[in-house]
Design a protein around this ligand. Sequence first.
Ligand SMILES: [Fe+2]
Ligand SMILES: [Zn+2]
Length: 456
Amino acid sequence: MRRLLKPFQFLQALRDPTGGLRSRLFSSLRKRPLLPALLALTRPGRPGPQTQQRASSGVYAAKVDTPKTVSPHHQVSFDNRKVYVPWEKGVTSSFHNIWLRDSCQCERCFHPVTKQRLLDTFAIPEHIRPETVEAQAEGLHVVWANDGHTSLYSWAWLHQHSYLPVLEKPAVVRRTYWGEEIADEPPTVEYDAVMAGDAAVGDWTSKISEFGFCFVSGVPVTPEATQALVERIAFVRPTHYGGFWDFTSDMAKNDTAYSEDALRPHTDGTYFTDPPGLQLLHLLHHEGSGGASVLVDGFRAARELRERDRDAYKTLSRVRIPAHSAGNDDVFVRPAAMPRPVLSHDDTTGELIQVRWNNDDRSTMSRWGGRDPDVAIHQFYDAIRRWNGLLTRSDAQYWFRLQPGKAVIFNNWRLLHGRSNFTGSRRLCGAYINMDDFVSRMLLTNFGRDRLLEQI
Ligand SMILES: [Fe+2]
Ligand SMILES: [Zn+2]
């Protein structure tokens, strides 16, 4: 049985109650030039669009979407299984009754302050159904038959969370891939601005999201000022190397990072289940020679590999590489659950989300996941040889000199970093930040809490 309710008259005037955030997070490719640099869409299995134009400032305020409305020519309806919401352009979303009741957004079902669920899912009758459904200006009103509870779902919320069919694509970070030419105009922000207000933190985190790194100039040459800078994004992530580091080349931690040796491009923490998200480095002092720094865009290298050698790309996406940190007597760190591949993808979108690569921290590889070692070993060494070739090509590498007063922060899930060898005494400070904490700050400083809350 399908029960029709009275036609809805006034939804054409409906405005997007998210104030446009959803538009920016979930807009179409066609609209991308209007979007902030931060966010765009990629297709499954593809690491993203080719080099993008630079973002212009101020676009966050732009409203670029049309409201999601219910057609005045259609009617919301329900039956014993689902509620049906017809949208303009002839698409109808259907929502299972139990799902809709379980997702009620009212204050009794969802705590307005803690943003946590209050509803006892298991008190909902298995075969719950509405008594009435009604389209109103602010959204869909449902009165439930079992207990008369009233739910209101905004049109924007229903459109965003529609799963049958899915109407909005998940947001992914917009990226500008780069090579050595980034040296002409590397992304940079000013220390004073970042310390003064969150708008500049939004600019900073947006640049980090887009390019994978950003310089901060005008930093006072002290560990205290540098730590304060890091903490404008989030609290420091401690590891067995400590919290905020202030170190010299004294091998205090029995790790090559504390030596004078050259370091080939790598990511940090391949031996963690959750590698550090961001790393900030600030050179406080260097008397001597050498010690140039290099950054490589790992996502660009991955894209090149995928385009040139799909098999090698698959191998790096599949083969789990054990890694360890065991240089100190009291440390024996390996990923707690299982080793990870060089390239990790989002299970649902196929999007590349993480590069892990440190050939120096690789453990002995003696398990090949049931694959014939005669084949698997050849494939693996062939794939990492090609990968290494892409990372070490001169046009992929951005070489620069760390300087007192100019800190660099980079995405350790995307960029690889390294340095040439050096002589003399060198004092560096810096810290890690967790990726989830960075993304939280990036979203809040770019979109605002109210808009983000519409997404949960
Ligand atoms: Fe490192
Ligand atoms: Zn409720």
